[in-house]
Ligand binder design. Structure first.
Ligand code: AMP
Length: 399
């Protein structure tokens, strides 16, 4: 799949609208705790500035649901961009209101304007045509560099692309890199290829799991989603997270794995807690025997050993979703141990999903991974073989 390339655009001195994904995590004081997504957008921004463009940046942050909510303002993001670019960055007071429109129209080559949170506008997530049109009217060119939201048909991601012809829109460097990487991974992975899938729920990853099966040699399941499988096997899972309505799907996945010869691994033991809290009492217990009132919140030490052994001969590892409630130190050990092991391996290691990227960064092994994707949901939809809505009209059509 070839995408319209930013390098082929005649951008010099023009006004460019860049849809970025600045949806960065913040700590309780409102400080940006991981600015990877901002840093990842710098190549595209600098490319435009190097060509004398007036640059309009737009992103969402959190879910303000169409309301102006101060804590979701892009002010901290604007400050961080200013710091990273070492040049003035003006933040508009609104998205398509008087202030943004006036500032966008007055913007000159070499200047950077950032619009307020796109999701302050109710129309953004509804793919409102009116909003797309207003955003499009601000600039001569449209660049999508927001891989993390490209699986969403939103005004600034999908709708807006229809207001530019193929000579006036393209994928930014980050989007290009992510799509290229995952396309290659799907087409020709070096084998054995293992997927580690965790996180809270089967429901969010059901289709991805089914679509991954024919592509991988091994699947290792962890996190809350493991318990739906374990329950289906007839195990006592106590009060662990479970999706009863998906027991049949879990069985289907296990059957398909067997049919395709894919090795599917489930936790053999867990760190069980008597409540969902940092100060819970805990015990290590076999996955078959979780007592009533106890919940599995991390994979146990035997599972860690097993998973390391299973991963020891693989050449490609794709990891999406933590092995436990890694946000609490007590239940982070399984994820951390797997992260260190994967980071130390000589395999091609791909981490997708905000949580997984966050956890490898927390323990400082992010640099050891081959590729950390800025997208979570987008990564999974790509792996499902879908063409993302935000990418569809940036694909070069073959004659
Ligand atoms: P997801 O967004 O589906 O990737 O899920 C990530 C979340 O899953 C993290 O916030 C983890 O705390 C949570 N999680 C992982 N393991 C468990 C578990 N055993 N029980 C409950 N939540 C979990």
């Amino acid at each position: 799949m070839e995408l319209l390339n930013i390098k082929n655009l005649d951008l010099a001195g023009k006004k460019v609208f860049i849809r970025c994904d600045f949806n960065v995590p913040m700590d309780e004081f409102g400080n940006i705790s991981d600015d990877r997504r901002i840093r990842s957008a710098l190549s595209t921004i600098n490319h435009c500035l190097d060509h004398g463009c007036a640059v309009i940046l737009a992103s969402h942050l959190g879910r303000p649901d169409g309301q102006v909510v101060a804590k979701y303002s892009l002010l901290p993001v604007a400050r961080r961009i200013h710091h990273l670019l070492k040049r003035e960055v003006v933040l508009a007071k609104d998205v398509v209101g008087e202030d943004a429109m006036q500032k966008a129209s007055a913007l000159k080559g070499g200047e950077v304007l950032i619009l307020e949170n796109l999701r302050y506008e109710e129309g953004e997530t509804k793919n409102s045509k009116e909003l797309s049109q207003k955003l499009a009217a601000m600039a001569d060119f449209y660049i999508n560099d927001a891989f993390g939201v490209s699986h969403r048909a939103h005004s600034s991601v999908e709708g807006i692309t229809h207001f530019f012809d193929n000579n006036h829109k393209a994928a930014g460097f980050l989007l290009q890199k992510e799509i290229e990487f995952f396309s290659k991974l799907i087409e020709k992975p070096v084998r054995p290829f293992a997927a580690i899938v965790g996180g809270s729920k089967v429901s969010g990853k059901l289709e991805a799991l089914i679509n991954l099966l024919p592509r991988v040699d091994k699947i290792l399941i962890g996190g809350g989603m493991a318990f739906t499988f374990l329950k289906q096997l007839g195990y006592d899972i106590g009060s662990s997270l479970v999706e009863d309505e998906l027991l049949g799907d879990a069985q289907h996945i296990m059957n398909e794995a067997r049919r395709l010869g894919v090795k599917l691994y489930l936790p053999v033991d867990v760190v069980a807690a008597d409540k969902f809290a940092e100060d819970a009492a805990i015990k290590i217990i076999a996955a078959q025997e979780i007592p009533n009132g106890w919940m599995g919140l991390d994979i146990g030490p035997a599972t860690v050993r097993l998973y390391k052994e299973v991963l020891s001969d693989v050449q490609t590892v794709l990891w999406n979703g933590p092995m436990g409630v890694y946000e609490m130190d007590k239940f982070a050990r399984g994820s951390n141990e797997i992260a260190r092991y994967v980071a130390d391996s000589y395999a091609t290691t791909i981490v997708g999903g905000g949580d997984t990227a966050d956890l490898v960064q927390r323990i400082g092994v992010d640099d050891e991974m081959t590729f950390i994707s800025t997208g979570g949901g987008a990564t999974l939809e790509l792996l499902e073989g879908k063409i993302l809505p935000g990418v569809a009209s940036l694909v070069v059509q073959e004659d």
